[in-house]
Design a protein around this ligand. Structure first.
Ligand SMILES: [Zn+2]
Length: 290
């Protein structure tokens, strides 16, 4: 009996370790997505604007620029980063956070994102076990992490990430992976609709734009994945997270109150937490008030 238990535990541990390593490797790729996707989008917009205005597009750089090419370079000295220097977290520690060529500091953000990716997907794998949910919840985790960082940097939630994940959520729930299809479709519609209503009312009252369309789409994604029943919780949680972080920023960094803090990361955090502990939080809350 103990032998079976040990075997189970060791296979569970090796399963989680493999997921953790996968999380580190993909985290390294997410760094590239977070850095390059906004640049690629900006390039496309410029081209479209020139086309619309009938202006000659600015000379195009002949070198291809996408998520795969060119290879990563040091932003300070432009020397190519060798494969051996690209091992998630470990390379950063060995190089002591400095470029091997010019000794300029490498941002601690890169290993932190790799680690965050690894820790989050390991929690997901532990929670859902070996299942279809784990596979897709891990993909969603990576999407939410990338979206949060891009929104934090550029106040932008790229359609290139939100829309495919919206359709994927609806498709998965055709097979009841996370919820039934009715809840999923209503989740997508209400998720988009609620924030759209908030946006329109805010604009009518104050004349200002409080949030971006990307936020509507992100909440639609979360509604499509987990069903409309999760939306109230996600909105309450994201406001709570937003208020906490906002107050912390004001206190600790004398953050200017009028600077906009993007809402996307809070929605993403709230969505991720609800994915794992939503039912628990909701039942605890209902028990508390009834
Ligand atoms: Zn360098």
């Amino acid at each position: 009996m103990t032998l079976i238990l040990e075997l189970f535990q060791s296979s569970l541990v090796s399963y989680l370790i493999s997921i953790f390593i996968l999380g580190l490797l993909v985290g390294s790729f997410l760094n590239v997505v977070i850095h390059r996707l906004p640049i690629m989008m900006e390039g496309e917009w410029k081209e479209q604007c020139c086309e619309l205005l009938n202006i000659d597009a600015p000379e195009k750089n002949e070198t291809k620029f996408n998520l795969i090419t060119p290879r990563s370079r040091c932003p300070a000295c432009n020397s190519q980063i060798k494969a051996i220097e690209n091992i998630p977290v470990i390379s950063y520690l060995i190089l002591r956070g400095k470029c091997s060529n010019c000794k300029n500091k490498i941002s601690v953000r890169y290993p932190l994102i790799e680690l965050t990716s690894a820790i989050l997907v390991t929690i997901v794998a532990f929670y859902f076990g070996v299942s279809l949910q784990t596979l897709f919840a891990i993909c969603l985790t990576w999407a939410l992490l990338s979206l949060s960082m891009i929104d934090f940097d550029h106040q932008l939630l790229p359609d290139d990430i939100t829309l495919p994940f919206l359709w994927l959520g609806i498709f998965l729930n055709l097979f009841d992976v996370f919820t039934d299809i009715e809840s999923s479709i209503l989740g997508a519609i209400f998720g988009y609709g609620i924030l759209w209503l908030v946006y329109i009312s805010f604009k009518l009252i104050t004349g200002k734009e409080g949030m971006g369309h990307g936020d509507f789409k992100l909440l639609a994604v979360l509604g499509a994945w987990f069903g409309w029943q999760y939306l109230p919780l996600i909105i309450i949680l994201s406001s709570a997270v937003g208020a906490t972080i906002g107050i912390a920023l004001i206190i600790f960094k004398s953050h200017n109150r009028s600077t906009t803090i993007p809402f996307g990361p809070y929605l993403a955090i709230a969505g991720w937490v609800s994915m794992l502990w939503g039912p628990f939080i909701m039942s605890t809350y209902l028990n508390a008030i009834i």
